[in-house]
Design a protein around this ligand. Structure first.
Ligand SMILES: *[C@@H]1O[C@H](CO)[C@@H](O)[C@H](O)[C@H]1NC(C)=O
Ligand SMILES: *[C@@H]1O[C@H](CO)[C@@H](O)[C@H](O)[C@H]1NC(C)=O
Ligand SMILES: *[C@@H]1O[C@H](CO)[C@@H](O)[C@H](O)[C@H]1NC(C)=O
Ligand SMILES: *[C@@H]1O[C@H](CO)[C@@H](O)[C@H](O)[C@H]1NC(C)=O
Ligand SMILES: *[C@@H]1O[C@H](CO)[C@@H](O)[C@H](O)[C@H]1NC(C)=O
Ligand SMILES: *[C@@H]1O[C@H](CO)[C@@H](O)[C@H](O)[C@H]1NC(C)=O
Length: 552
């Protein structure tokens, strides 16, 4: 059968549920998730591989592609992946968080089907089950611009993905046991760049090669577990061009702070002596600094990399100033052929302010993390499925937290944390960090305008300091110790969406919640019906599937 016919049949058979969009190309992947043994820091340890790879394969897609990933879970426990920053328009069914999907049982497979609709940029995928992220199974996900849409820089000679992250030599199961016993994850053991740390003994293979005189794109993402990393390349400046899906004003940096879960794309020109250079990622805001490095080689270059590594900046103020230098390029085209700046987010009235404060506390002697006094646990029945089958009230309550932090944030209840949110409201969320450690927050399902980060306490007066013109539209934002961050977004994408700490330890121990955005139009224009292929589990497992609630 020809590919064309196959596509046609797929379109016909899926016509009514419309998960794969006919007309837009489909890219297919088959992924085999297994355990393996590697020694990324010189000590053999158990890792999680995808098709034998650590980190997992890169997904190279183009705006509006339909992405089909058939995941075979060959671990000995349930598993899920999330596509972090992919907005999943109308489709929280494929978001891969335990509140939206049943995990893929051990020994079974599930096929994710989603569209990278109207998006461009640099993203990652990673596991959301157990503490699997401490084992691997993360990777890069890039969405290229369609050829007809101009990009605000010349096509680079090549396009490289650089996954940086701190790393533990303990297996993901050992880390999970530690957390389950009520303890914390302690300090990581090293920093990896694309799964490796160069030894510096002259025998390291280069991670990347550059031709002298050419310009390359590097997409740098922090896939780590605990720390912000500062990234830099010996002797080379980096021109920032994109951040989590938005073209930025093209400032040039000697180094960049990349917080957990964030991605930044930079251009680097090979304009120095033709030899080897180190790229360096080192932990920020830690007493002892851990450093990882990798080699970039000039083609036909001669000579090893200088063993002396460039210094990292110090302190919070530097990092905050760098955040303030990030601006959205208002004149460049987006995924759609209209200027991004035609969306004047600063002129829209705020209809709701939600203030979310994180806290660490002990419940029954065990460490838990919480938001506004609730530490989330995933029920056996995913929230989205419970709601769809009409048994939501048996599984969770909505609005168990208030829109502002309680007086005592450390008085904590442990149950699902779900916030009901009216469709299409334009909402301001303030992440208030009264703790002494840095936080990083991710919002799934939406792009968010990161309008401010400031030290101290938030009050409505602070709104006059917001960037209401050219804040970068992104997915993940850091909050410095004893500081707050403000984001704005329009909740125009019905579904069940996860707001989570990007610190896997904190997420696992409860620092996350779900935003339930109903579909008042009852139309598949706004939200898809549950796909026929969805896995079922928990109390809905043996229930008859409800008739599709939404019309075409
Ligand atoms: C996945 O990998 C396992 C272990 O290497 C192998 O036994 C199995 O056949 C593979 N499955 C698929 C579907 O490739
Ligand atoms: C990624 O996709 C783009 C556009 O289809 C293509 O030009 C490029 O060669 C691909 N890169 C890789 C590494 O496959
Ligand atoms: C599992 O993989 C098989 C073989 O590729 C495929 O036909 C089937 O649809 C997959 N099952 C699910 C639930 O995705
Ligand atoms: C923004 O994008 C435009 C249009 O592509 C480009 O010409 C311009 O150089 C960019 N501006 C900045 C400051 O990066
Ligand atoms: C926003 O609110 C102000 C004051 O209540 C009102 O005058 C204005 O018309 C509103 N703007 C929009 C776009 O709704
Ligand atoms: C959530 O909000 C929607 C719309 O505002 C409302 O129709 C629905 O009843 C609410 N659900 C709950 C459980 O409060």
């Amino acid at each position: 059968m020809s590919g064309m016919m196959l596509l046609l049949l797929l379109c016909l058979s899926l016509g009514t549920i419309s998960v794969v969009h006919c007309g837009d190309p489909t890219i297919n992947f088959e992924w085999n998730v297994t355990h393996g043994t590697l020694s990324p820091l010189g000590v053999p340890q158990q890792v999680i591989l995808i098709n034998g790879q650590f980190p997992g394969p890169n997904i190279n897609s183009t705006t509006n592609n339909n992405v089909v990933v058939n995941v075979f879970n060959n671990l000995d426990e349930p598993f899920l992946l999330t596509w972090s920053g992919i907005q999943q328009r109308k489709n929280s069914w494929q978001d891969g968080t335990p509140g939206t999907m049943c995990p893929i049982p051990a020994g079974k497979n599930f096929t994710y089907q989603f569209q990278v609709k109207d998006q461009i940029g640099s993203f990652i995928y990673y596991p959301t089950t157990a503490m699997h992220r401490a084992g691997g199974a993360f990777g890069g996900l890039r969405v290229n611009s369609r050829l007809m849409i101009p990009v605000p820089y010349d096509t680079p000679e090549d396009d490289y993905t650089v996954l940086i992250g701190d790393w533990y030599t303990k297996s993901h199961n050992a880390v999970k046991k530690l957390l389950d016993s009520g303890r914390s994850m302690a300090r990581p053991d090293g920093v990896l760049i694309n799964g490796k740390d160069a030894k510096g003994d002259g025998k390291d293979e280069p991670l990347f090669t550059m031709k002298a005189g050419k310009t390359y794109k590097y997409r740098i993402c922090n896939v780590g577990l605990k720390n912000t990393l500062n990234f830099r390349i010996q002797e080379h400046w980096m021109t920032l061009v994109e951040m989590e899906g938005s073209h930025t004003v093209q400032n040039t940096y000697q180094s960049l702070d990349v917080h957990l879960g964030q991605c930044m794309a930079v251009l680097v020109t090979a304009d120095k002596d033709p030899k080897d250079y180190y790229m360096v990622a080192s932990t920020r805001f830690t007493k002892s600094v851990l450093t990882g490095k990798g080699i970039i080689r000039y083609e036909n270059g001669k000579g090893p990399a200088d063993p002396e590594l460039p210094e990292a900046p110090e302190g919070w103020a530097w990092s905050l100033n760098q955040f303030r230098s990030f601006r959205w390029n208002l004149t460049s085209s987006a995924a759609r052929p209209n200027p991004q700046g035609s969306y004047h987010y600063g002129k829209i009235n705020i209809s709701r302010t939600i203030r979310l404060a994180n806290a660490a506390s002990k419940v029954d002697g065990k460490l838990r993390y919480s938001i506004n006094g609730v530490s989330h646990v995933d029920p056996e029945t995913p929230l989205k499925l419970a709601e769809y089958y009409g048994v939501g009230d048996k599984v969770f309550k909505t609005d168990t937290i208030k829109d502002e932090p309680p007086e005592d944030e450390t008085k904590v209840e442990v149950h699902p944390n779900v916030v009901n949110q009216t469709h299409r409201d334009f909402v301001e969320i303030i992440f208030e960090n009264h703790e002494k450690s840095l936080q990083t927050w991710h919002v799934s399902g939406y792009a968010i305008f990161a309008v401010a980060i400031e030290p101290g306490r938030w009050d409505p007066e602070k709104r006059k300091n917001y960037n209401l013109l050219d804040a970068v539209s992104r997915h993940t934002i850091q909050v410095y110790p004893k500081s707050w961050a403000a984001i704005m977004t329009s909740f125009d994408n019905p579904g069940m969406w996860n707001i989570r700490s990007e610190h896997p330890e904190r997420r696992y121990l409860g620092q996350q919640l779900y935003i339930a955005v109903p579909n008042p139009s009852h139309s598949t224009r706004d939200e898809y019906n549950m796909p026929d292929t969805a896995l079922v589990c928990g109390i809905v497992k043996d229930m008859p599937k409800p008739p599709p609630p939404y019309r075409n």
